[in-house]
Design a protein around this ligand. Structure first.
Ligand SMILES: *Cc1c(COP(=O)(O)O)cnc(C)c1O
Length: 471
């Protein structure tokens, strides 16, 4: 399998190079040159496979010969053995023909573990094979930091540094990062805001000398391998509910468009998906796009669902590339318009075509709380605010009540106890694996908002831990 860039100007690469590169050199995102497909008979034959077995079948066409099958199977088995539920991604019935797919049984209680547990292992394997190492640096306002740390901890070829704004992430989120004891994990609390942390990371990536010196890398949401891993659970749910003989609708709480784009990939591969509901909070750039064809940046509003407080969705460019007949010049022009004027439009025919599959809907704070309350009262299940947005939008936007609808539950309710308590009056408990989180010792450095000092710290520490390992 070869991968091409959405901006048409970077070299086509194989799987391992795409994995290590992340962003293409022309600023674009990598996508498979062609979509691998499964026939209805092949999809029928997937019924009854365990989650890791299914993952191997669905992802193998993307990896091709680059990773021997037995080795790939082992990485997949290890990644999904970290999940707390035997079914890995269990379905819970909410109503007649309506299900919740629980994607929060991984180490950090959010769906990002599905991609990152595998990505960390794939990166480590590929770096080790090439006799090299990488330093991952990232900034977090809470959620993604812990998923990245859990993905990279104890990996021989990786050091990971996560910057968080001191005193500005919740205690649970901070402790999920700082109680990790692995020697290759380095937490730094910056005396500043999340934007300060993010600006520092950006500055480090823009310093090419530093970047090469410490072999700087990222595990952000534009990495193709993350999308690839998320395709699997669409197959898992649809097959359990009758695919290929029945069409399935999915409602997906959306921020960076990675998760719902994986649903689109599954459909390109032959999975009979009837409708994909793009559920957003009041940061509704994507919901508006699928309603009007206009993609226009606004300001970010804080909400009860902070992991979706995003205005520019990095993975949306991948869908746009297919919508615009894979014309890299056209994508470059649209992205330039977005940079210059903050918006662009697609033409009516292309919008109408995308609306056959996608429906965008924004859900406000009142509707979010009402959905948490309603699901709690009718089913006894606590849902987190992100998942509640999926449930609410799904119920409003669903076209065909005869086709089963699955809402992706992207976080465990105990990650967002304040919102759940506000809606229902009771606070959800942390699951057993994190029950002693508040008692574990924390490890982190506090540093001033000073780029040079932080760079020196990263340079020094990365060298210390890599001592004895040839680069
Ligand atoms: C990241 C995240 C989302 C949004 O997913 P995207 O792939 O960015 O669209 C939704 N819910 C939770 C809990 C998340 O952590």
């Amino acid at each position: 399998m070869r991968y091409i860039s959405t901006r048409g100007d970077a070299p086509a690469l194989g799987f391992e190079d795409v994995l290590l590169t992340g962003l293409a050199r022309d600023g674009g995102l990598y996508l498979p040159e062609t979509w691998p497909t499964f026939s209805p008979d092949e999809i029928s034959a997937m019924a009854g496979l365990s989650y890791p077995e299914l993952a191997l079948v669905v992802m193998t066409p993307f990896v091709g010969e680059e990773i021997p099958e037995a080795e790939f199977a082992e990485l997949i088995n290890e990644a999904y053995a970290q999940f707390d539920h035997q079914a890995v991604a269990p379905l819970r019935q909410l109503d007649h023909n309506e299900w919740l797919m629980e994607l929060f049984h991984g180490p950090t209680l959010a769906f990002k573990d599905f991609a990152l547990q595998l990505l960390g292992r794939l990166l480590d394997r590929t770096l080790s094979k090439r006799g090299t190492r990488a330093t991952i640096v990232g900034a977090t306002s809470g959620d993604t930091g812990s998923a990245a740390i859990e993905a990279c901890r104890d990996r021989d070829a990786i050091d990971i540094f996560i910057l968080h704004p001191k005193g500005r992430v919740s205690e649970v989120q901070r402790r999920q990062m700082t109680t990790v004891t692995s020697a290759n994990v380095h937490n730094i609390a910056i005396e500043g805001t999340f934007d300060d942390c993010q600006a520092m990371v950006k500055a480090m990536f823009n310093n090419l000398e530093f970047r090469d010196e410490i072999k700087l890398s990222a595990v952000n949401s534009i990495n193709w391998a993350r999308v690839m891993a998320q395709i699997v659970y669409y197959f898992h749910a649809a097959i359990a509910l009758g695919a290929p003989h029945r069409k399935i609708t999915f409602s997906v709480p959306t921020g960076n468009f990675g998760d719902v784009f994986a649903g689109y990939c599954a459909r390109q591969m032959g999975l009979p998906i009837e409708q994909l509901i793009v559920a957003t909070n009041r940061n509704d750039i994507l919901a508006c796009f699928f309603q009007t064809g206009s993609y226009a940046k606004g300001t970010v509003h804080p909400t009860l669902s902070p992991s979706m407080d995003i205005q520019v969705s990095s993975n949306f460019e991948r869908l746009l590339f297919d919508m615009e007949d894979r014309d890299g010049d056209r994508i470059r022009a649209l992205m330039a318009a977005l940079d210059q004027s903050g918006e662009f439009d697609v033409d009516a025919a292309r919008l109408a075509d995308s609306q056959k599959l996608f429906t965008g809907l924004a859900v406000d704070e009142e509707q979010t709380l009402a959905a948490i309350r309603q699901v709690g009262e009718t089913t006894g299940t606590a849902v987190d605010p992100h998942s509640a947005i999926g449930v609410a939008a799904g119920r409003l936007a669903r076209r065909d009540a005869a086709s089963p609808m699955v809402t992706l539950a992207t976080a465990h309710p105990a990650k967002f106890p304040d919102a759940v308590e506000k809606a229902t009056g009771s606070r959800p408990d942390l699951p057993a694996r994190l029950a002693d989180l508040m008692d574990r010792p924390e490890h982190y450095d506090v540093m001033p908002n000073d780029l040079a000092a932080v760079m020196a710290k990263v340079r020094e520490t990365a060298k210390i831990t890599s001592k004895g390992i040839s680069s």
